[in-house]
Design a protein around this ligand. Structure first.
Ligand SMILES: Nc1nc2c(c(=O)[nH]1)N[C@H]1C(S)=C(S)[C@@H](COP(=O)(O)OP(=O)(O)OC[C@H]3O[C@@H](n4cnc5c(N)ncnc54)[C@H](O)[C@@H]3O)O[C@H]1N2
Ligand code: MOO
Ligand SMILES: [Mg+2]
Length: 427
C-alpha cells in the first residue's frame, strides 16, 4: 500500500521550519569585499558628522556683524587675511573687517560666523593685498554646515542584518570601518539525486536528462546570501546516498537534496531520514508546485528535501530554505516581499491547493501587472528563466481572470518583510 500523506498549509509548514531557531555567526571582511553582505553589527556613529564647522561654498568667511548696514549702495570692505582649501586648517583668528578666502568643505576660521559665495562678492588687489567687498547684510550662521548637524556621536544609523548597499558602504567608510563585521554566509550543502542525471558537460543519452536543479539551487542560494557547497549527484542507491548525506551533514549548516522525496520505488529520501533518525517536520504541503517538499531536522541541522521537478524544487527553496538563510544572516525580514498586482492573463485552472505561479511584473498605466512567465507545470524548467515573482493563487478556487487582483512574492527584492502573510492589504 502506498503511503497516504496528509498535507499541511504553507504557513503551518513555514512555522514548523522556523520553530528551529537557527543562529548566525559573524566574521570580518575588508571593506573592499563587503558588498552584498549583511551587517553583523549595528552601525553607530563613532564621531559626529560633520566633526567640525565647515563651508558649503567656495567664497569668503567672516563675521556677519561686520556687514551691518551693508546694502546695494553701501558696500562693506574686508581685508582677505588667509586662503584655505578643504583639508587645510585655518590659523588666523579673524578680527573686525577681516575675511578668509575659503573653499567648499574647509574648516570655518575662528571669528567667522558666515560664508558668502564668490558670486555675491567683489574682489580686488591693492599693493599686493587682497580685498573683498560685499553689498549685502549677512546673518550669523548663514552658509555654515554646523558640527554634528547631520549626526551626533552615538546615534544608531543602520541595524544589524541590513544588506550592505553603496549607501551603507559610504557610512562604513565615513566611520573608518576598514574591516567590516558581517554575517557569515551559512554553508548550504547541495546533493542532487537521480539515476537519470547527467553532468552538464555530457551528451544526452536515452532516458537521461542533465542535472539542472543543482545549478539552479546554487544560484538561488547565492541570491539569498548563502554559500553553496555542492556534493555532486547521486544515483538512486541507498547505501552510497545515505553515507554521502550523513557525511555532508557534518560539514554544512543545512543540507538541500533534490529529488527522491515522493512515493516512487526509487524515492529514497524517506528511508534515509528514518535511518538518520531525523525529525521529519512535514512531507506534504497543500501547495503546487512542491507538494512533496519534505523538511527534516537531523541533530540541529535543517534538511530540505526539495522535489526533483525543477519548478517544484525552485518554489520549495524560496518558501522554506530562503527564510532560514535569512535567520543566519540576521535579516529580520525573513520573507519575500508581498505586493498586490493585477493578473495580466486568464488562469483558468482550478486550484485545490495554493498555487505559486511563476511570473514577472510589468507596469502599465501606473498599474502593476503580473504576467505568466510560461508553462505552469511542476516539471517545467523553461518558465523559470523569466520568473522574477511568484503569484499566489489561493487554494479552493476555480481559476482567475485577467484583471483580478492577486498577491505576488518578489524574488529579486532585497528588503523582504517580517511576516509571511501580507502586511498591508489594498482593498
Ligand atoms: N504516485 C505519486 N506519484 C507522484 C506524486 C504523488 O503524490 N504520488 N507526486 C508527484 C509530484 S507532485 C512531484 S513534484 C514529483 C516529485 O518527485 P520527487 O521529488 O520524488 O523527484 P524524482 O522522482 O526524483 O524526480 C521527479 C522529476 O524531476 C526530474 N529531476 C530530478 N532531479 C533533477 C535534477 N537534478 N535536474 C533536473 N530534473 C530533475 C526527474 O527526472 C523527474 O522527472 O513526484 C510526482 N509523483
Ligand atoms: O509537488 Mo508537485 O510539484 O506538487 O507537482
Ligand atoms: Mg520521485
Amino acid at each position: 500500500m502506498v503511503e497516504m500523506r496528509k498535507p499541511i498549509q504553507v504557513s503551518e509548514a513555514i512555522e514548523r521550519v522556523l520553530g528551529y531557531r537557527n543562529q548566525g555567526a559573524t566574521e570580518y571582511v575588508s571593506i573592499n569585499d563587503c558588498d552584498n553582505r549583511r551587517l553583523g553589527v549595528n552601525i553607530v556613529a563613532e564621531e559626529p558628522v560633520p566633526s567640525f564647522d565647515k563651508s558649503p561654498y567656495d567664497g569668503f568667511a567672516f563675521s556677519s556683524a561686520d556687514t551691518n548696514g551693508a546694502g546695494r549702495n553701501h558696500p562693506v570692505q574686508f581685508k582677505v587675511v588667509e586662503h584655505i582649501g578643504a583639508g587645510q586648517v585655518p590659523v588666523v583668528k579673524l578680527k573686525k573687517g577681516q575675511a578668509t578666502r575659503i573653499m567648499t568643505g574647509a574648516k570655518i576660521p575662528e571669528g567667522a560666523d558666515c560664508v558668502a559665495m564668490f558670486e555675491i562678492c567683489q574682489t580686488y588687489e591693492e599693493n599686493g593685498q587682497s580685498f573683498m567687498t560685499i553689498k549685502r547684510q549677512m546673518n550669523a550662521g548663514q552658509n555654515i554646515i554646523r558640527k554634528e548637524s547631520e549626526v551626533t556621536r552615538g546615534t544608531k544609523l543602520v541595524d544589524r542584518g541590513k544588506l550592505i548597499n553603496p549607501g551603507v558602504k559610504a557610512l562604513l567608510a565615513t566611520f573608518g570601518y576598514s574591516e567590516v563585521c558581517v554575517a557569515k554566509r551559512p554553508v548550504v550543502g547541495v546533493i542532487a539525486t537521480g539515476t537519470e542525471l547527467l553532468d552538464v558537460n555530457e551528451e544526452l543519452q536515452p532516458g537521461k536528462i542533465r542535472n539542472s536543479n543543482a545549478y539552479m539551487i546554487e544560484s538561488q542560494i547565492i541570491r539569498a546570501g548563502g554559500e553553496c557547497k555542492y556534493y555532486g549527484k547521486l544515483a538512486d542507491e541507498f547505501e552510497p546516498s545515505y553515507k554521502l548525506i550523513r557525511n555532508a551533514l557534518n560539514e554544512v549548516d543545512m543540507l538541500i537534496t533534490t529529488g527522491g522525496v515522493s512515493v516512487g520505488d526509487f524515492d529514497l529520501m524517506p528511508a534515509i531520514y528514518e535511518k538518520l533518525g531525523a525529525d521529519v517536520l512535514f512531507n506534504k504541503v497543500a501547495m503546487r508546485p512542491g507538494s512533496v517538499t519534505t523538511v527534516a531536522n537531523c541533530a540541529g541541522k535543517m534538511m530540505f528535501g526539495l522535489s526533483g521537478n525543477p519548478s517544484a524544487c525552485y518554489v520549495g527553496f524560496e518558501l522554506f530554505t530562503r527564510p532560514v538563510i535569512q535567520q543566519y544572516l540576521f535579516n529580520p525580514n525573513l520573507f519575500l516581499k508581498r505586493i498586490s498586482a493585477v493578473l495580466g492573463a486568464d488562469f483558468p485552472k482550478p486550484n485545490p491547493f495554493t498555487r505559486f505561479v511563476r511570473c514577472y511584473i510589468t507596469y502599465d498605466d501606473a498599474q502593476i501587472q503580473a504576467q505568466l512567465a510560461g508553462m505552469d507545470k511542476s516539471n517545467v524548467v523553461t518558465s523559470l528563466a523569466h520568473s522574477t515573482c511568484l503569484m499566489i493563487l489561493p487554494g479552493g478556487t476555480r481559476g482567475f481572470q485577467t484583471g483580478d487582483e492577486v498577491e505576488v512574492l518578489l524574488l529579486e527584492d532585497n528588503d523582504g518583510q517580517r511576516e509571511f502573510q501580507h502586511v498591508q492589504r489594498r482593498d
